[in-house]
Design a binder for this molecule. Structure first.
Ligand code: GLC
Length: 417
């Protein structure tokens, strides 16, 4: 099938396939592999120029504890995440499942078992949707680089890649997301045979969502390490590290605070996008305590304020609402959620609202807020002096309006229509 016909076909079913994912908003990314044993970034093999023969030894020394995926799934659930995406094979080339394509796999070597199966079972137990990350780039496979210059090598490598994807899509029941990564060293979708590769997946898993990293736009875009909305109508998911590395890197001190995670979620929801937040488990599979602590706070917050992120949100862009010094918006139907990140004290004024407000309350506990609405000022009164959410410093105020909220301020103090 040619690329255009293929893309048209997948686009035709997208809005149906993608709805659960858009409602879900928030997922957990898991980077776990041999590199965790070194703890110096998942690119350690490449960045430190570790020879294949030396790196391979890590395959035998890796001895994860029993079923750590249950811990990840429990944490994801508690944190308000609705799906998980795990690295089935990262750039290092080690397959975490029981593969027939290579003996360099978890069942055959140190772990002695199928880690992908454990992941899938944990997702199901905790009612999370299931995503498989798969790195096209492979530093271990003998043809992984050679394929760029040698056609016979490319053929072998494509057979291997297609075999891997077929196994992943065949052996674990329903899989919800296929998350490709790094298409080095081949230049384009033709060379990667991306239509053929993903058609294998789509035949076996007709409802599956596929990201844009096999040189085709597919179902969603993947901004990395920044949360930036795609153009309207295009689905997107920002993938973010927790501490600057994807793999386990305990020496990195740069843990994002819960408050920043909420800020990323707000940006995602305001742009109709998703957030895929990463954890890099330790070699034994345990989650770094820094991630657990922050996700616990995030989860407690979402438990009370989830309504502001989940579901079919609308774009809260410049055409609808304006920037305010105290916080930002997410929008859903006739409800508007003001995420206050700088608590002003007893009174708060939101300017420029062009929609009649019927009720105002704290989203977290439903407590009503006294308000007065005049032509273009909404004054909220008798507020607590201190920020009601001392843990994250993010308090959501819900406005129930007569229609979809519109706010207009402009730069001057007189609105020019
Ligand atoms: C980059 C990195 C890779 C990581 C991925 C996640 O492509 O190469 O290590 O897995 O981003 O998006």
């Amino acid at each position: 099938m040619d690329i255009d016909t293929y893309l048209e076909q997948t686009a035709a079913t997208r809005s149906e396939r993608i709805r659960w994912w858009q409602d879900a908003r928030f997922g957990m990314f898991i980077h776990w592999g041999l590199y965790a044993q070194l703890g110096r970034h998942e690119w350690v093999m490449n960045r430190e120029r570790i020879p294949v023969a030396e790196y391979e030894k890590l395959a035998d020394t890796w001895k994860p504890k029993e079923r750590p995926a249950r811990e990840w799934a429990a944490l994801a659930k508690q944190a308000g995440m609705k799906y998980m995406v795990m690295t089935t094979k990262h750039h290092e080339g080690f397959c975490l499942w029981d593969s027939q394509q290579t003996e360099y796999n978890a069942a055959n070597r140190g772990p002695g078992r199928d880690l992908v199966r454990e992941f899938v079972e944990a997702c199901r137990e905790f009612d999370l949707k299931i995503g498989f990350y798969y790195s096209l780039m492979d530093w271990h496979h003998p043809d992984g680089a050679l394929c760029a210059t040698d056609e016979a090598a490319r053929r072998r490598f494509m057979d291997f890649t297609q075999g891997c994807v077929r196994e992943l899509m065949s052996n674990y029941g329903k899989i919800d997301i296929l998350w490709y990564d790094v298409s080095w060293p081949l230049p384009d979708a033709e060379a990667w045979e991306s239509v053929k590769l993903t058609s294998i997946a789509r035949e076996l898993q007709p409802h599956i969502l596929v990201n844009n990293r096999a040189k085709l736009p597919e179902d969603f875009g993947t901004p990395e390490e920044h949360v930036t909305a795609a153009e309207e109508g295009r689905a997107w998911e920002a993938c973010m590290t927790f501490n600057g590395a994807w793999g386990y890197m305990p020496i990195s001190p740069d843990w994002r605070p819960a408050r920043e995670v909420l800020s990323m979620l707000q940006t995602a929801a305001a742009g109709q996008g998703n957030l895929l937040l990463n954890i890099g488990p330790a070699p034994d599979g345990s989650v770094p305590p820094e991630a657990v602590a922050r996700l616990t706070d995030v989860g407690a917050w979402i438990d009370k304020n989830g309504e502001a992120i989940y579901g079919q949100v609308e774009r809260a862009g410049r055409e609808r609402v304006e920037w305010l010094p105290l916080g930002r918006w997410t929008l859903k139907g006739n409800d508007a959620y003001f995420w206050c990140t700088r608590w002003p004290g007893r009174e708060m004024v939101l300017g420029g609202l062009r929609t009649k407000v019927n009720a105002v309350s704290f989203l977290a506990d439903g407590t009503p807020i006294t308000f007065e609405q005049s032509e273009d000022r909404l004054v909220l009164k008798n507020l607590p002096y201190h920020d009601p959410d001392p843990v994250t410093g993010v308090t959501v105020i819900k406005l129930e309006c007569d229609g979809p909220l519109v706010q207009k301020l402009g730069a001057g103090c007189v609105v020019l229509e």
